[in-house]
Design a protein around this ligand. Structure first.
Ligand code: PLP
Length: 392
């Protein structure tokens, strides 16, 4: 049975071109990039070439690109590294602003700092579409605010946050301030489709991960604008200019370089192709009674279509579709003892019962129109079947 994979926001398959680019670095070119012999030098060269590609892609300088193991590590380094650096010359407790709909990597790393007594945090609310307002950000700025961390695209509902406007606002605000505010964005879900040039966005720190753009799992990047104070969080051999110790993951770094090259080549055409398919999916699924779109109807990333389905459990939909080899995701996280409603939908004002019926379809490079037609038909049947079984 053919599979239809519509969970590209969770992870993407490895692109064949990316795989063949990284392959030699497992067996033939396996040198440690810190060594002076030819094998080491070749690995170093490959790493620096990949860094150049990423730097070109983001529009920064190569010394501003740091490889990590994933976005989660990059986010932790951004938050904890910045706060540790600033606290050295800071009498008051630093204040950090974030939003209620961030990925757990952001919320948990800031929560950790707050629990340690290292920061105070303001969590901005979002509207019913998951967007923050510039006004609420402006109203939350305090004299001791040092960091604003806002995601570019929400991973559950696809809403795009106004990052470039926030960047402009922070730059303006910094002009009249004694203490600078640094701006971090988690661009993990945006990299594939949106403009992620750091100067356009006005960010000081940007995190991303390879496995959402057809590179392997286990590789991420933190962009750090020159002059941003940061203390490394991984002590050891001082790789990555002392910012992130540990022998470099050469194959994955090379893969990420190739993956961003491929994104650069096809970003514009892929964005409009995927958006058309997504819009078709949305308009077809909204024909089913009591299915509603979650996230902004227009200001949303091309690849994400998310819904709440009344009187249905999202997990049940995922399982039944999975039996037909259609792979999607549900919005709530099922743990052994409890079924927790998505913090994103809760922040957007969805009642808990409705949140349990959330489903996310995330399209990708290999999604075809016939896949969408097939999924619409199957999904409609699955919802009808589950509703017949539902007590309500
Ligand atoms: N941020 C967002 C928006 C994500 O979607 C994800 C992954 O789901 C992450 C961060 C974390 O990425 P990783 O698991 O590669 O660290």
């Amino acid at each position: 049975m053919k599979s239809i994979y519509l969970d590209n926001a969770a992870t993407t398959p490895l692109d064949v071109q990316v795989f063949s680019t990284m392959k030699p670095y497992f067996q033939k070119e396996y040198g440690n990039a810190s060594e002076f012999h030819i094998l080491g030098r070749d690995a170093r060269l490959a790493i620096e070439q990949a860094r150049e590609k990423i730097c070109h892609f983001l529009g920064g300088k190569s010394q501003e690109i740091f490889f990590t193991s994933c976005a989660t590590e990059a986010i932790n380094l951004a938050h904890k590294g910045l706060i540790e650096a600033l606290r050295r010359n800071f009498k008051e407790k630093p204040h950090v602003i974030t939003t209620a709909i961030e990925h757990k990597a952001v919320l948990e790393s800031l929560d950790h700092l707050e629990r340690e007594g290292a920061v105070e945090i303001t969590v901005l609310p979002v509207d019913k579409w998951g967007r923050i307002t510039l006004k609420s950000l402006k109203d939350s700025i305090l004299p001791n605010t040092v960091l604003v961390s806002v995601m570019y695209v929400n991973n559950e509902v696809g809403t795009i946050e106004p990052i470039a406007s926030i960047g402009r606002f922070i730059r303006m605000t910094n002009k009249g301030r004694k203490r600078r505010i640094y701006f971090h964005t988690d661009a993990t879900q945006a990299i594939q489709y949106l403009n992620t040039k750091v100067n356009y966005l006005g960010v000081d720190l940007l995190s991303l991960t390879g496995h959402k753009i057809y590179a392997p799992k286990g590789i991420g990047v933190l962009y750090v604008r020159e002059g941003t104070p940061l203390v490394r969080q991984m002590d050891g051999g001082s790789q990555e200019s002392g910012m992130r110790s540990g022998t470099e993951n050469t194959p994955s770094i090379v893969a990420l370089g190739k993956a961003v090259d491929l994104v650069s080549i096809c970003r514009v055409s892929e964005s409009s192709r995927v958006k058309q398919l997504r819009d078709k999916l949305i308009s077809e699924l909204l024909k089913i009674p009591e299915v509603s779109l979650t996230g902004h109807p227009k200001v949303r990333a091309p690849h994400i279509a998310s819904f709440v389905v009344k009187n249905v459990e999202g997990e049940a939909v995922v399982l039944l579709l999975s039996a037909s080899r259609i792979f999607i995701s549900s919005g709530s996280a099922c743990t052994s003892s409890s079924l927790t409603a998505s913090h994103v939908l809760t922040a957007m004002g969805f009642p808990e019962e409705l949140s349990h019926g959330s489903v996310r379809f995330s399209l990708g490079r290999y999604t075809k129109e016939k896949d969408i037609n097939f999924v619409v038909a199957k999904f409609t049947k699955v919802v009808q079947r589950l509703r017949k079984m539902s007590p309500e």
